[in-house]
Design a protein around this ligand. Structure first.
Ligand SMILES: Cc1ncc(COP(=O)(O)O)c(C=O)c1O
Length: 400
């Protein structure tokens, strides 16, 4: 009898965490390494949010929270959805969890039965398929190539849906590609979804505020209110307010789904950290100038990185609409010989040679289900990005 659970044999460790760890180890060993693997803003959490947490500690908000979230935060989330997304959720339809990651996990625990399929457009955030597998579901990947801007088309969505499809996991702006859907593009997808009443939609809007298009952000339940009754709208404070370490995410959806997720959470964590929840109340209700400022900085960095990467021989880097990632194709480098003498056959070879030769840590695209590409997180300073992109250019220009 094996000690570890059989379900573990179906999952992989996170490639993004592995790259970050490798870069850290090389640095500790004295190597000059730039890590562009981690998906978190380099900014500090704004002071007003920190102060709200300190006040909460002083007031003694240090007891177990209500499982679904403290009432002021559920209310702030419902108001946020009304103010920013024109969505009419009641606080009872809101769940707060320990990061968006746990919200997703709760949703899958609460709904997946063996054989249930989950449609996941690729490239995807590394955790989606693993969470589905851990909960006995079957991921059904849909390739969204560079030619469609890494976006899901209505035809590809329709072809992926079967009678066993329980969820579509939808992420815009996307990690890892940065692709963000316009309202018209969303409508084309919601038209397909309306025809398939068995399919629920889990929309991960984590990068909502990091959008660089003229058109404002739109989410599925807003674009097609008839889908509201089978949509879970997920979001969080990690990326918008530089709060990755506070671990607060939230979602709103039909009450029977949210109630089931709350029940799961009640047997799991008993609810998210109260102090971080009070900080999140301030994040959502307090001044929002930080959001606009960080968006402007990220947009400048995106333009810098896209322009420098497109000057590297063999790389093709589309300019993404959102998030803080670029997802260049390295197809032009495949088949070439690296300075070490090794022939690059895959994107994984490309990133490991780049790390060994020029000390830049990025994540290979095949880890996100679509390659040969790689992901760069540009959530780091302009000086570091300039240095990293110059090294990538040097590496690519030396391939023969
Ligand atoms: C697309 C996407 N969804 C969800 C998350 C989870 O965010 P958190 O658990 O920090 O709220 C991340 C974090 O990297 C992400 O990139």
């Amino acid at each position: 009898m094996s000690f570890l659970a059989d379900s573990l044999s179906r999952v992989k460790p996170s490639a993004t965490i592995a790259v970050t760890q490798k870069a850290r180890e090389l640095k500790e060993a004295g190597r000059d390494v730039i890590g562009l693997g981690a998906g978190e803003p380099d900014f500090d959490t704004p002071d007003n949010i920190k102060e709200a947490a300190i006040d909460a500690i002083r007031r003694g908000e240090t007891k177990y929270p209500p499982v679904a979230g403290i009432a002021p935060l559920r209310k702030a989330v419902a108001e946020k959805f009304r103010r920013e997304n024109q969505l009419d959720y009641k606080p009872e339809q809101v769940i707060v969890g320990t990061g968006g990651k746990q919200i997703l996990y709760n949703a899958f625990v609460a709904t997946l039965n063996p054989g249930d399929e989950v449609v996941i457009p690729a490239p995807y955030w590394v955790s989606y398929p693993e969470m589905v597998l851990l909960n006995g579901g079957t991921p059904r990947f849909v390739e969204c190539p560079i030619e469609t801007g890494f976006k899901l088309t209505p035809e590809a969505l329709a072809a992926a849906i079967t009678e066993r499809t329980k969820w579509l996991v939808f992420n815009s702006p996307s990690n890892p590609s940065g692709a963000a859907y316009s309202r018209v593009e969303l409508q084309a997808l919601t038209d397909v979804l309306l025809r398939h009443p068995q399919v629920w939609i889990l929309t991960d809007d984590m990068y909502e505020h990091l959008l660089y298009t003229d058109e404002p952000f739109a989410t599925i339940a807003e674009v097609e209110p008839r889908l509201c009754e089978r949509t879970l709208t997920m979001n969080g404070v990690s990326k918008a307010y530089a709060m990755t370490g506070w671990r607060i995410g939230y979602a709103a959806g039909p009450k029977r789904l949210v109630d089931a997720m709350v029940m799961v959470q009640g047997q799991q964590t008993s609810g998210a950290c109260t102090i971080a929840q009070w900080a999140s109340v301030e994040a959502l209700n307090g001044p929002q100038d930080f959001v606009a400022k960080s968006r402007a900085v990220f947009q400048e960095r995106r333009d810098l990185v896209v322009s420098m990467l497109n000057q590297a021989s063999g790389l093709k880097c589309p300019s993404p609409e959102g998030a803080f990632y670029v997802y260049p194709s390295c197809a032009g480098a495949v088949g070439k010989r690296a300075p070490s003498g090794k022939v690059i056959e895959t994107d994984e070879d490309f990133v490991s040679e780049l790390l060994e030769t020029d000390g830049v840590a990025v994540v290979h695209g095949s880890a996100f289900g679509l390659g040969p590409n790689f992901r760069i997180s540009y959530a780091t300073s302009t000086e570091i990005l300039e240095d990293a992109c110059a090294r990538i250019q040097r590496f690519c220009n030396r391939l023969s």
